[in-house]
Write a protein that binds this ligand. Structure first.
Ligand SMILES: Cc1ncc(COP(=O)(O)O)c(C=O)c1O
Length: 417
């Protein structure tokens, strides 16, 4: 058992603290050189610096107090949300909320959908279900767990997009919402949002698009002429969209957004209490205090990059993805699980155990990202991964060869997120 740390005496200087941090960090994965398959995102040095500076400008302010104390934060937050409404073609009734992450955005959308269902059914508080692709993110499981919602998982088609007919069959009169991902985390493909939207319209269902990964950059892939599918409010059945700034918006963590086709749709997720001595307490999010630095830095990064900057990074990122895909497909025994719509790649093998390949990559200093169905390797790429490609591919070739030699042995690496 690890020894519990005693409460510190205090008085440690910054120099010593920094030295200790540097030494603690020695065991961390070398993410700056593209050795982490997820968790960190990067465009370029300028974007990073602007994000850091803006965050530090608002290091102490609290976005909880944006309406009363920090009107500048409120203004920046409104701008960021307006930018998103514009990007996602929301109608004039559209409304956005700045949150602290994809999970919070999803939770708010699911709470809004659940309470809207209840309101439409005379306050019926009986059991409800959520129908989603098997590939949807566990944030929906978390939301459902917290709200006692049953999850029904629809299978995928051969191209790893959800089978919309099969999903439709899981829907009944107690379905509070259906979900599509843009893209899904495991296989990196965008579900058929148009067909899901049609289903939602036909059956009068709330449809949520989880664009936590793709949201802030996918439109620019499309603008560059890439075949990345559309996913936004242009499809009439789309009622809410989650989109993370702290992933492919290249903004500092924690920062995400959730958008509603109609401001009234968000109302059930607004928390209000006034029974305590301090009077009315209202938050549009789950958390109370939240970093104003996140708001300021998202505002700064979005203004800095703008259409031109995001188109530029989308173009460079697509180049990195294509180069990895070509190199991986050239390795005997490996194949892509699906053609990536954006920046997530997932590859597998019919010949070697991908768990053994993952072991080999780990031994060579890479943190392996894995999928369990099908068993494969997975990378959510950003610009850190570009310069790492040659080393990654060379090590991957060796790891595949090693896995062939070790065929039949049990792999140590398993799929964990
Ligand atoms: C598709 C998708 N949705 C939601 C989330 C949850 O986001 P967060 O980790 O910011 O809560 C993720 C995280 O990777 C994701 O990939």
């Amino acid at each position: 058992m690890t020894k519990r740390s005693n409460f510190p005496e205090g008085g440690t200087s910054w120099a010593s603290l920094k030295a200790e941090m540097d030494s603690l960090r020695e065991g961390d994965i070398d993410w700056k050189n593209g050795r982490a398959p997820l968790y960190v995102f990067y465009n370029d040095a300028d974007t990073l610096e602007i994000g850091k500076r803006a965050f530090n400008e608002y290091f102490s302010e609290n976005a909880l107090g944006r309406k009363r104390a920090f009107l500048s934060v409120q203004k920046m937050e409104r701008d960021v949300l307006d930018f998103g409404l514009d990007l996602f073609s929301a109608p004039d009734s559209g409304h956005g909320v700045f949150t602290s992450g994809g999970s919070e955005s999803i939770l708010l959308a699911m709470k809004a959908a659940r309470d809207t269902w209840r309101a439409r059914h005379d306050g019926d508080r009986g059991p409800l279900n959520l129908v989603m692709p098997i590939s949807a993110h566990p944030a929906f499981d978390k939301a459902s767990n917290l709200m006692d919602i049953e999850i029904r998982r629809a299978p995928l088609r051969d191209d790893y997009r959800v089978d919309v007919d099969a999903l439709g069959e899981l829907v009944d009169d107690r379905t509070l919402a259906i979900v599509g991902s843009a893209p899904c985390f495991p296989h990196g493909v965008v579900d058929d949002i148009e067909a899901l939207s049609r289903l939602a319209m036909d059956k009068g269902l709330w449809m949520h698009v989880d664009a936590c990964v793709g949201g802030w950059v996918a439109p620019f892939f499309a603008q560059n002429g890439r075949s990345t599918p559309d996913f936004d409010f242009r499809f009439s059945g789309v009622r809410s969209i989650s989109a993370d700034l702290h992933k492919f918006g290249f903004c500092p963590k924690p920062a995400s957004t959730v958008f509603f086709r109609d401001g009234a749709d968000h109302e059930p997720a607004i928390f209000v209490a006034d029974a305590w001595p301090n009077g009315r307490f209202e938050t549009p999010t789950l958390v109370g205090t939240r970093p104003a630095g996140s708001v300021a830095s998202a505002w700064a990064v979005l203004n800095h990059l703008g259409t031109e900057g995001y188109r530029d990074v989308a173009g460079r990122l697509a180049g990195v993805v294509d180069a990895y895909v070509a190199d991986i497909e050239a390795i005997d025994g490996l194949r892509m699980v699906a053609t990536p719509d954006l920046s997530i790649i997932n590859f597998t093998s019919d010949e070697v155990d991908m768990g053994l390949v993952a072991d080999g990559m780990k031994a060579r200093g890479w943190l392996p990202g894995m999928t369990q169905a099908p068993k494969g390797l997975h990378i959510m790429m950003s610009m850190f991964h570009g310069p790492a490609r040659e080393d990654y591919i060379a090590d991957l070739k060796e790891a595949v060869a090693e896995a062939r030699e070790k065929a039949g042995r049990k792999a140590k690496t398993e799929a964990v997120y």
